[in-house]
Every structure is written in structure tokens, then in C-alpha cells.
Write a protein that binds this ligand. Structure first.
Ligand SMILES: [Ca+2]
Ligand SMILES: [Ca+2]
Length: 415
């Protein structure tokens, strides 16, 4: 608040053009199959570790793992590879209603399909969820095992955004990402506080394409972009995504950054400003990064202008799969206005300067292993999830460290 604007500019210019000399990482804990960290926004300071096998564990304010899981739905979850418990989002009013939402690949009947479900914390213990509170909100039919997206966040508008991959295989053989009558390859947006979503017909073994099933427990925001488009799934917010494995909102501005995993050549980050009205087409499988994919032969007719990424990088050097991160909004001065992202296969991390519009590799960041995810705590500290080797159950959580600007502590961000 008392910080002069000039200082902010000075700090920003230090990070631009190079990696700040004060930043580093520290190991917080090891974990099994962790694919990310979230916070509940309830003032508790707790972090929640997403366990791909179907468990959510609490990291307390002293970075100790609470022995009993917060939730364990592993008996309902099909893991691992690209499947499993992939996403977790806490209701904006979690402190009062105790609701949180999970995205997982189911086993049993309709095995392999994506489930978005709501759970609630138990009445007696803030560190234990009520296992019997589960309510499925939607099921999204899947055939291939890969490209399940799964990441979810609430927007500043109070709606739940759900990132869905194109369903899988390779090259999106059914062109689902461009098809508005499929929930695959999309960013979805729903209202979890109401329930007026239209019912869709019960599918057969695999219905292609298909909108979400089991829609009785959420509503469609009236200003979703395709509510009046015949045949379109009204849940769709934006489309043309291949596998938005990890994406985020800038907690200060509300802008959206989507790390979208590429096919064989380009990895990308798509940007959507906070004032977007939705409907963006991010290209896939007509474009991969800022290039025609497959010579443009998969472009469906009559597509609108497609949005090219703000960041792309090529394969080579072992790079293969982007892990989208966050715009840093914690208390480290030198990282302000920096978006961090990584490549899973090499463990490389880059700093993208929002002002300069360019990326610098953070070599020697010290987070050992392959980077599978990023996470934020309530105060904006940034976490990095890694796995020892490709698909290994042995995973780690690191925290980004650096020189703290005391003016940034306990602020949601400067204006
Ligand atoms: Ca799939
Ligand atoms: Ca794209």
C-alpha cells in the first residue's frame, strides 16, 4: 500500500531479461503420485495435495502432512498414466459451505470416463471430508486413455471452469476439439450453485460426440457463449484445446493462462483476458501452436478466427509436454508479473515476463525431477510438483523462495 509505484517498476525491470539472482527452490515434502497443490481460501493456511490415485492429503501450516487423508476416493478412481484424480477446486465460499470439487477418471461402470463431483467437509473435523457427501455433477464420455485435462478453477465470476482434453489418441482423429457438440477439447464453465442444465440423452457404450451427462446438479450461466447455438454443448466456454493439463487464473487480474500440450512439434500457452466474453477458438486440431497442423487438412469448414498462443516452444532437447503454471503473486519482489511454466519431460522451467513478453529459462532451479504441476497457497507462494522419472509414483513438492518484499506480505496484490 505504501509502496511507491517507482519501486514496482524497478523490481519488474530487474526480472526482465534475466533470471533474478535471489530466487531458488526448497523441498517441502515427498508424496506419492502428487499432481498438484491447492488451498481452500479459508484462512487456515493449509495446502491440499492432489494424489492421482484418488487421495487428497493436507499439508499443514508447518508443512507436515496430516496422516489421515482429507478424502480418499481411490476405490472409485482409475489411475495412472494420464488418468486418475486430476483436479481439485474449492468453492469460493468454502469457509461457509464446505464444498469442494474433484475431477477424476472413473473405474467400474463407464470406466475411463471423466467425473466432476462435489464433496463437502465433515461436520466434526476440518481436516476430514465427508466421504458420503459425494454428488456427481457431470460425466464426460471418454474412449481413449489419454488427454483428459482435468484441471479446474473458480473464476472471479464465481463459476467453475473445467479444462477438458480432446479425448485422446493422437491428432484428435474425430476433430472433437473443433466440434461444439462435444465436451472434449474444451474449457467448460458451469454454475455449481444452481441446477437448470439441460438433460442430454442417455448414451450408448460410446456416443461420439457427446455433451456432459448427469447434468441435474449444476446450471448453465446465461451468458455462456454457445447457449443459443443449436447442437452445441451449452457448458462450453472456449474450444480448440488439445490437452489443457495445467492452466490457471492470475489471482490479481483474473486473466487466464492455459498451458495446452502439443502434438509432435509445439507446446503452447494461450491467454484469455479477464474481460473475455468466451467463445475463443484456440486452434487445435487445425493449428498446433501458431502453425497449421497436418498441413491444415483437419481444419473444419467455417471456423472463426483462431487465437494463436502468447508462448510456444518446440520439441527437441527432449522436450515433449508443457506444464502450465501461474503468474507469480506471492511476496518475492523479483518475481512479480512473471508467469512460470515448465516442460514435463525435461523438467525445464521458464519465466515469462508479462511486461516484456519474453521467456527466460530458469536453469539451476533445483527442483529435481520432471515438473508435473504448479500450485499456489493462500498467500501466493508458488509450489512445484515433480516426479522422479516419467510416471513414477515417487513425487516431490518444492516451494519457490526468494527475497521477500515486506510490502507484498498479506496483500492480495498491489494495484
Ligand atoms: Ca481420454
Ligand atoms: Ca492452440
Amino acid at each position: 500500500m505504501k509502496k511507491p509505484l517507482l519501486l514496482i517498476c524497478l523490481v519488474s525491470s530487474f526480472s526482465w531479461g534475466g533470471v533474478p539472482s535471489d530466487i531458488n527452490t526448497e523441498l517441502v515434502t515427498s508424496a506419492t503420485y502428487n499432481v498438484g497443490i491447492r488451498h481452500a481460501g479459508d484462512g487456515s493456511g493449509r495446502k491440499f495435495i492432489i494424489g492421482q490415485q484418488g487421495d487428497i492429503r493436507i499439508l499443514d501450516i508447518n508443512d507436515n502432512v496430516v496422516p489421515t487423508p482429507f478424502l480418499d476416493i481411490s476405490s472409485q478412481v482409475q489411475c495412472c498414466g494420464e488418468r486418475g484424480l486430476l483436479g481439485l477446486a474449492f468453492h469460493p465460499d468454502y469457509e461457509n459451505n464446505g464444498y469442494f470439487f474433484v475431477n477424476y477418471t472413473k473405474n467400474g461402470t463407464n470406466a475411463g470416463d471423466t467425473i466432476v463431483a462435489r464433496y463437502q467437509v465433515s461436520g466434526g473435523d476440518a481436516n476430514i471430508a465427508d466421504i458420503n457427501s459425494g454428488q456427481v455433477l457431470m460425466r464426460i464420455i471418454q474412449d481413449y486413455s489419454n488427454h483428459n485435462g482435468g484441471n479446474m478453477h473458480f473464476g472471479q465470476d464465481g463459476y467453475l471452469y473445467i479444462g477438458m482434453g480432446d479425448g485422446g489418441s493422437g491428432g484428435d482423429p474425430q476433430d472433437r476439439a473443433q466440434d461444439l457438440s462435444s465436451a472434449l477439447g474444451k474449457m467448460l464453465r458451469i454454475d455449481v450453485d444452481n441446477n437448470n442444465a439441460p438433460q442430454h440423452s442417455a448414451p450408448g457404450a460410446f456416443e461420439d460426440p457427446a455433451c456432459p451427462q448427469d447434468t441435474s446438479h449444476y446450471a448453465i450461466p446465461s451468458d455462456n457463449p454457445f447457449v443459443n447455438t443449436p447442437g452445441a454443448c451449452p457448458e462450453i466456454w472456449s474450444y480448440g484445446l488439445r490437452n489443457p493439463w495445467r492452466w490457471s487464473f492470475d489471482r490479481q487480474t483474473g486473466d487466464m493462462y492455459i498451458g495446452d500440450v502439443g502434438q509432435g512439434s509445439y507446446e503452447e500457452v494461450n491467454f484469455q483476458p479477464a474481460n473475455s466474453v468466451g467463445g475463443e477458438h484456440y486452434g487445435w486440431n487445425c493449428r498446433e501452436g501458431a502453425h497449421n497442423y497436418n498441413g491444415g487438412s483437419d481444419c473444419l469448414p467455417n471456423q472463426p478466427t483462431m487465437i494463436d498462443p502468447i508462448i510456444e516452444y518446440t520439441h527437441g532437447g527432449g522436450r515433449c509436454s508443457i506444464t502450465g503454471g501461474y503468474v507469480y503473486r506471492g511476496s518475492i519482489g523479483s518475481l512479480q508479473d512473471t508467469y512460470l511454466y515448465a516442460d514435463y519431460c525435461t523438467g525445464q522451467i521458464w519465466l515469462y515476463d508479462l511486461d516484456g513478453g519474453s521467456s527466460t529459462e530458469w536453469s539451476g532451479h533445483g527442483a529435481a525431477g520432471l515438473v508435473s504441476s504448479f500450485g499456489e497457497d493462500e498467500e501466493g507462494n508458488l509450489y512445484i510438483s515433480t516426479s522422479q522419472t516419467y510416471g513414477s509414483p515417487s513425487t516431490f513438492i518444492y516451494r519457490v523462495t526468494g527475497d521477500v518484499d515486506t510490502d507484498l506480505i498479506f496483500e492480495d496484490g498491489f494495484e
